[in-house]
Design a protein. Sequence first.
Length: 282
Amino acid sequence: MNDLYTRAQAAADHIRSRTSLAPTLGIILGSGLGAFAEQVADAVAIPYAEIPHFPQSTVQGHSGRLVLGTIGGVPVAVMQGRVHAYEGYPLSEVTFPMRVLGLLGIHSAIVTNAAGGIRTTLRPGELVVLADQINLTGTNAALGPNEPRFAVTPGFGQRFFDMSTAYAPHLRALAVAEAASQGFLLTEGVYLAVLGPSYETPAEIRAFRTLGADLVGMSTVHEVIIARHMGIKVLGLSLVTNMAAGVVNESIHHEEVMEIGRKAEQQFTALLTALIPKIATE
Ligand code: CYT
């Protein structure tokens, strides 16, 4: 079997054969946020099924296409849908698209997700910019032989790598400032990842709050770990789709997660379209 780097190169080669556009920014759209891909101008959409070695999601609401084009003049690669570890995919597959985006030449990524709100001041429909993450999935996407060839920035691709600024401080500040200029308050939060697919119990949520988490979800942390291994700068955004278990006296349903996504779409789209040119020029 080809090694990971060779497989990622085959995927990147295929994508390059479909478009001459060279993306500098990657965007991963979380549950309920996939409609943002409609913002891409001169779009070339490639179903994941057509890209060699690309994993395909089995979950409703995670349609799987890579959309390449421009937003505000910036060449972007937008992932409409991602796969999750809870579907049974090894983390090498969960993070494979991030590696391919790196090989395509991105140096920044916007990683988004739907999350449960742990901090009691959050509200469903609210966007939160990620300040940091807690990986409680019990595993790590960088496990296995180190592959320095994935580095996109000199000094990266090391066996042991820094996670002290996993979410780029200047990108966080840019997002908070842009939201303020659009007239809404964007707070920062710590995202805690569990494996899923069960939602959390109230006791787990109380424990996670004690640990310093503001949000809980089942994605993102592994992609961010791999992005940092490669030297890709990351902006993280969560859409609070529901309050986590026990925070309010209601049960949690996937349909509600998707519905809140559709409602928050406008604010999310306005924020991202304004941010993308700013991220590209910083
Ligand atoms: N909600 C969500 N936990 C939740 O409560 N979207 C992911 C995980």
